[in-house]
Design a protein around this ligand. Structure first.
Ligand SMILES: Nc1ncnc2c1ncn2[C@@H]1O[C@H](COP(=O)(O)OP(=O)(O)OP(=O)(O)O)[C@@H](O)[C@H]1O
Ligand SMILES: O=P(O)(O)OC[C@H]1O[C@H](OP(=O)(O)O)[C@H](O)[C@@H]1O
Length: 190
């Protein structure tokens, strides 16, 4: 088998809202050669920022789900999220592909992607509350709902879970994640 025929690993970054998944991914993209991020399709208004995503209506999401279909999709916080099938092509030319997933779709993701490395990002409840309020993307009621969901357990039976504590400095979490990911990356695509 030639090196180019091996697909890059899908690297799922998961954890409660506000834990720092987007911040960690942005830092890893700057530091790791050949690492790319798969954009998500979300039924969220386009101007809210926080990550680069394809904003669609509920109707458009439902249509795309039928054709061309998604690699993976789920619902959370009253929104629908999807990973497009384009991820397959991205895996042919990257050292690794980062995706932001819900914890509840991880077993499905393992089945869909084969090589799935999971970065499970954690922080204390107090830290989460402070970060969500400082970020200010959601109103207070929505922040309360997100905090109530924070303790969602990881599914049992996952094969490769790496826990990254982001309660402290972001730089420490980035270093830990980079070190843990190195053995999984496709070095010939850097
Ligand atoms: N280690 C850190 N120290 C201080 N602030 C941080 C740290 N990590 C992230 N933040 C800040 O916390 C807020 C939430 O981070 P971020 O948006 O990356 O979280 P998230 O897990 O992607 O959230 P969501 O799932 O809701 O999109 C942001 O304002 C970010 O700048
Ligand atoms: O709590 P669980 O199910 O793990 O995650 C649910 C969703 O919450 C976050 O959404 P957003 O990025 O804040 O819109 C994650 O990205 C994920 O899609």
């Amino acid at each position: 088998m030639s090196p180019g025929s091996v697909k890059a690993p899908v690297i799922a970054v998961v954890g409660p809202s506000g834990v720092g998944k987007d911040s960690l991914m942005e830092a890893l993209l700057e530091r790791i050669p050949g690492l790319v991020r798969q954009r998500r399709i979300i039924t969220r208004a386009p101007e809210l920022g926080g990550e680069d995503y394809d904003a669609v209506t509920e109707d458009r999401f439902a249509a795309l789900c039928v054709a061309p279909g998604f690699a993976l999709h789920w619902e959370a916080h009253g929104l629908r999220y999807a990973i497009p099938r384009d991820i397959d092509e991205l895996r042919n030319r990257a050292s690794g592909v980062l995706v932001n997933l819900s914890r509840k779709v991880l077993l499905e993701a393992e089945a869909a992607f084969g090589t799935l490395v999971i970065l499970s990002v954690t922080a204390t409840p107090e830290v989460l509350a402070e970060r969500l309020m400082t970020r200010g993307r959601e109103d207070r009621a929505e922040i309360e709902r997100r905090l109530a969901r924070a303790a969602t357990p990881m599914p049992a039976g996952l094969s490769q879970v790496i826990e990254i504590d982001n309660s402290g400095q972001l730089e420490e979490a980035v270093q830990a994640a980079e070190t843990a990911l190195m053995p999984w990356l496709q070095p010939e695509r850097v």
